[in-house]
Structures are given as C-alpha cells and as structure tokens.
Design a protein around this ligand. Structure first.
Ligand code: CUA
Length: 354
C-alpha cells in the first residue's frame, strides 16, 4: 500500500502539471490552436445524419439531445470555474492566504458551488425520466429480436397482426408503442435519431414509444452484444405521414403478389422445390414457415438481411449465394449449390414480392 504522503504528493504534482498545461493553452497562438479546433469541427460535422443522436428527428430524441446539451454546458461551466480558480491561485497569483480566506475558497468553490450547480442539473433532469416512458396514443407494434434479425408485427384495432421483418414503419405525429421481446439472447433496440434504447429480453416484455416529427428513413441498430453478427443486426425505421402509413399498412395486410415474369414464375418454382416455405411465410402461397423472416412483401422493403444490403435482384442473388459470408453464423443456409439461372430466378421472384 502507498504511504499516504506519497499519494498526496503525487496528487499535488499531477494537479500542478494540469495547471501548467492549462496556462500553456492560454498562451498558445491562434494558429497553433487551429490544429486542434479544425479536426474537432470536422468531427462535429459528421454528427449529422440518419443514425445520430445529435440530429434528432423525434420528440424523445430531441428531449435527450436537450438534456445532453444542458448537462454538457453545466459540466463545462463547473470544470472551467473550478479549474480556473485552481490555476489562478496556484499559477497566476500564488500568494499566502489567511486560513479564513483559504477555507472560504475551498468550501465556497469546492463544495457549495458544485453542490448547487449539480443539484440544479439533477432537479432539471429527474422529471425527464418519466417523460421518456410516455404511454402511446397510436398503434402498438410487437418487435421480437431473433438471431440476427427483427420480427415486426403491427397490431390492428381488432387485435389481429400484420407481420413484417427488419423494418419499422411509423406514422409522424403519433406516439407509437413498441412491445419488445427476444427469442434467445438479450438484444437492444435503438434508433438514435428517434429516441432512447430498450433491452429486449427473452421471456419478458419491455416497452418503448416513439413520436417521430419528420418524414424520413432512419437507421436502427441492435445495441446489446448478441453474438457473431451483432454488428450486422440493423434495420431501417421509415417515418411516414399518417395517410401514407395507413395506405402502406393496408397493402402489407394483403397476400403476396402473384409472379408474372417468366423469371419470377421460375423463381417461385425454385422456392417451392427447395423447401424455403419450411422457414419462411409468403402469405397466399403454401409457404407458412415461422422460423425466418416473413417474405410476403420482402421486395418492397428498404433493406435486405437486416440493414446490410439493398433490395435489387443482384442484392437478393448475393444474399442467397453468400449468407454465411455476409452474416457469420446465421441460420439461413447458403444456396450456392443452385445453378446460376435458378439463383437469379429465385432472386427475381423475391424482388417482385412488393
Ligand atoms: Cu442483437 Cu446485438
């Protein structure tokens, strides 16, 4: 164990060197400072975007953003004042002080001021915790995390559900509730631009709600390490006007389109022959599997493979032929044994399921 005076000595020495660094910074020329400030500006400019907490597009994300800003400014004020006071008395104006003045400085600057400031920040932030758990006034969506994709079910007013996957559609201006669950391990749902995150725990429902403010496509990501392909477990959150959302949901509730082009018709035959329906559902066909994502309208989604590919015929063919390379340890087998013509036909069939 360190003798106590060694600790005191080292602490004093590191504080003094901190003071020296701060003083040094104050003396720096603007040109030298620019070397630090410019890269920081570039970093900040990268904060804009569809997967950023610093570019909020929903009421919940905006509340978190405001909270972060207030806490950051409060912390900066505290740090600058206490640090500045320290630099002033140790470096800029070091002189002997009466015991009374020293005590007033330590108790006022080191105890009372931080307690008042941090207490104020606490009082400001506590009520926001309950606001983050606002009850939904719109529809409920059930999202189940699977290995490594998202099962998404929209609950209709009559209690029936419309099943989709790997994409979350939300109406703007309504608070939609999410009922979260997981199939096998703990995952977490997070759409940084729309709000906070929540764990998804097997056998236990958790809840989250979002009130999107802007029409757009935002990126969601699993935020809890869940295995080999955790980083490849993303999805798109599409926010729409209420009318467009209602129209979209009506279309989603319908059965799959019947293939019409020769390639898609052949693709449907390959789908049936290879037994894809054992794992996947395509409503309106004999395929009723529940293991993998519902494919009834897979061609109309924004992404494929839970946010890792687009939805062109090439993307479908790429996915079918390289599942294990694109998403390590995924349950979906690789169909690299299919002839090139069969693979393209299958891809054309799936792409056509709008
Ligand atoms: Cu699912 Cu990480």
């Amino acid at each position: 164990m360190y003798p106590i005076f060694t600790i005191v000595h080292r602490t004093r020495r590191s504080f003094l060197s901190l003071g020296r660094t701060a003083l040094h910074w104050c003396k720096w020329t603007f040109r030298r400072r620019a070397w630090f400030i410019l890269p920081a500006l570039f970093l900040v400019s990268a904060c804009e975007g569809r997967q950023s907490v610093l570019d909020p597009s929903g009421a919940d994300a905006r509340r978190l953003y405001d909270l972060a800003l207030v806490l950051f400014v409060g912390a900066a004020v505290l740090w600058l004042l206490v640090g500045g006071l320290f630099v002033y008395v140790t470096r800029i104006n070091p002189r002997a002080m009466s015991r009374r003045a020293a005590e007033a400085l330590i108790i006022g600057g080191g105890v009372i001021f931080p307690v008042v400031l941090l207490g104020g920040l606490l009082i400001y932030s506590l009520p926001l915790m309950s606001a983050q758990r606002s009850a939904p006034d719109g529809m409920r969506i059930h999202v189940t995390a699977e290995q490594w994709w998202w099962r998404v079910e929209y609950e209709l007013p009559d209690g029936s559900r419309v099943t989709s996957a790997n994409e979350l559609r939300l109406p703007v201006g309504q608070r939609t509730g999410l009922v979260l669950n997981a199939q096998n391990v703990i995952h977490a749902l997070w759409i940084p631009a729309l709000g906070g995150k929540a764990d998804m725990i097997p056998g236990r429902e958790t809840y989250l709600s979002f009130l999107p403010e802007k029409v757009g496509i935002f990126r969601g990501q699993c935020a809890e390490f869940c295995g080999a392909s955790h980083a490849l477990m993303a999805f798109e959150a599409v926010t729409m006007t209420p009318d467009a959302f209602a129209e979209w949901l009506d279309a989603q509730a319908k059965d799959a389109l019947v293939p019409e082009t020769p390639a898609a018709i052949r693709g449907a035959e390959v789908f049936a022959r290879e037994g894809c329906g054992a794992c996947h559902t395509v409503r309106g066909t004999p395929a009723t599997g529940l293991v993998g994502p519902d494919l009834t309208h897979v061609g109309g989604r924004v992404s494929l493979g839970a946010g890792i590919l687009g939805v062109t015929i090439d993307d479908f063919a790429n996915w079918l032929g390289h599942t294990d390379a694109l998403k390590p340890e995924v349950d979906m087998p690789t169909y690299d044994f299919l002839s090139q013509d069969d693979l393209i036909a299958l891809a054309a069939y799936l792409e056509g399921l709008k």
